[in-house]
Design a protein around this ligand. Structure first.
Ligand SMILES: Nc1ncnc2c1ncn2[C@@H]1O[C@H](COP(=O)(O)OP(=O)(O)OP(=O)(O)O)[C@@H](O)[C@H]1O
Ligand SMILES: [Mg+2]
Length: 273
């Protein structure tokens, strides 16, 4: 029977040289969250390694989005402790989490449809020219910078001066991810980033997620699509009914085992996960 801490801090040998123990970027310790009489999370612990893509899976209502909201400062935990990059992560708001280096991309996308692509990239972080009290937006600089930011990813850059309204779901998702990556964040969290996308758009978003890893970002991805989770992740954590069931290295497990952990059904080896 595996425990939730299995694999964390393991030592790997690369070419006879002992590789550094993976550095933890986020650790969630004994966190609970109640909504009135509803227990959304109970004594949940989870650790994320820096530079890895981590998957968080679980059935509907398992508590995945609640856990993301606790990590990203949307709501506080009822009990427990979260540490990010070696510091307590008791954020009072999403903007505090962002300042600390955690960006969250939601399925329903926090993009303003009636604004241009460049204005969305700079939403809340506008650049000004001249004396600050005049509030003169430095539109030219933002357009140039937004084009450069989006161009860093191998993606079909949409017209930077066009409105977001005219874009497909996939293009919007890519802008949200590129925006998250552009702001010096360390951890990018994605709650169901491709749930509403078609096959080609999903492929494009997955490509960008891989690019994030190549560039050293840590990524936490929530997805109901197990094929996708297996394609993308280094490690998978499983929540069931508000409890953390366990963690597996993606290369050392298979979809059958993960499904049995999600549902609580017996795995092939007779173990009740
Ligand atoms: N604001 C809230 N008020 C009351 N109950 C809530 C609230 N947010 C979440 N819950 C409850 O907490 C539990 C976990 O919900 P959560 O949204 O975290 O699940 P999830 O794993 O993200 O599910 P899904 O896969 O459907 O998105 C559910 O029972 C849900 O009804
Ligand atoms: Mg959810």
């Amino acid at each position: 029977m595996s425990t939730a801490s299995e694999g964390i801090g393991e030592r790997r040998y690369v070419g006879g040289v002992e590789a550094a123990t993976p550095r933890s970027i986020l650790s969630v310790s004994d966190v609970s969250r109640y909504f009135g009489g509803v227990t959304a999370l109970e004594n949940v612990s989870m650790a994320l390694n820096a530079g890895e893509i981590t998957g968080l899976v679980g059935d509907n209502g398992a508590g995945k989005s609640t856990l993301v909201k606790l990590i990203s400062g949307v709501i506080p935990p009822s009990a427990g402790h979260i540490e990010f990059d070696g510091r307590p992560a008791d954020f009072a708001s999403p903007s505090q989490a962002r300042t600390a280096g955690i960006e969250t991309v939601y399925q329903d996308l926090a993009l303003a449809g009636n604004m241009t692509v460049w204005a969305n990239v700079f939403l809340g972080r506008e650049r000004f020219r001249g004396p600050r009290f005049l509030h003169l937006l430095d539109k030219k600089a933002m357009i140039v910078a937004a084009r450069e930011m989006l161009g860093r990813f191998q993606m079909n850059v949409p017209p930077i001066e066009g409105n977001v309204d005219g874009l497909s779901g996939g293009q919007r998702q890519l802008i949200s991810i590129a925006r998250a990556a552009a702001w010096g964040s360390k951890l990018i969290i994605m709650d169901e980033p491709t749930a509403a996308l078609g096959v080609a758009e999903t492929q494009a978003v997955e490509g960008v997620i891989r690019t994030l890893k190549d560039r050293g970002f840590s990524v936490l991805i929530i997805s109901h699509n197990l094929d996708q989770v297996f394609r993308l992740t280094d490690r998978i954590w499983v929540l069931r009914r508000g409890r953390m069931i366990g963690e597996r290295r993606t290369a050392a497990t298979d979809p059958n085992e993960i499904v049995s952990m999600i549902t609580g059904a017996r795995a092939g080896n007779g173990e009740v996960a």
